[in-house]
Design a protein. Structure first.
Length: 174
């Protein structure tokens, strides 16, 4: 007896537009829940629109992966500059694939798309971070050739700490 087999759902990656801010915010909230911090998202659609899609210089770019015509995942990135290489670096801030689309190449498609974009734009580096407990992500990244940088420690100043630092007196203040 012959059975019919549905063709695999097609995956595409496209730049996000201002019309996608609701979808992006949804992805960001889903990512926060996955990373065990569902209440940590402060961003609003207006923030994404202002900082990513306004007429001013955008602070980030985002791409949406669609599988079978529906949003399956996203990547949000921005550029830094390496003084050592004298070239820009692509920094991947967030990557997320919805659970129902995992295991179908969506995450790899986003990572490969951004690697190609980084090379096209003259970047010498493509980097990101992963939570130390997220073994599936770490193993996935390592399988693609990414390596950790054990001799570097990430630092962050945020919230009240950044306000306190900004108010600190320096020799510039006289």
């Amino acid at each position: 007896m012959l059975t019919s087999v549905a063709p695999p759902a097609r995956t595409t990656v496209r730049p996000a537009t201002a019309d996608d801010v609701g979808v992006l915010l949804g992805f960001i909230r889903e990512l926060a829940a996955y990373e065990r911090e569902p209440d940590a998202v402060e961003a609003a659609e207006a923030d994404l629109r202002r900082f990513g899609f306004s007429d001013e210089r955008p602070f980030f770019e985002a791409h949406i992966a669609e599988r079978g015509g529906e949003p399956a995942g996203f990547a949000l990135h921005f550029y830094t500059y390496s003084t050592w290489t004298g070239k820009p670096s692509l920094y991947l801030e967030d990557l997320f694939v919805r659970p129902g689309h995992r295991g179908h190449g969506v995450g790899k498609a986003l990572l490969v798309f951004l690697a190609r974009l980084a090379l096209e734009r003259g970047c010498s580096r493509y980097q990101w971070q992963a939570l130390d407990w997220n073994r599936p992500a770490i193993e996935f990244y390592e399988a693609l050739g990414a390596r950790t940088t054990p001799d570097w420690i990430s630092f962050r100043v945020e919230g009240e700490a950044i306000e306190r630092l900004a108010r600190a007196r320096t020799v510039l203040d006289g």
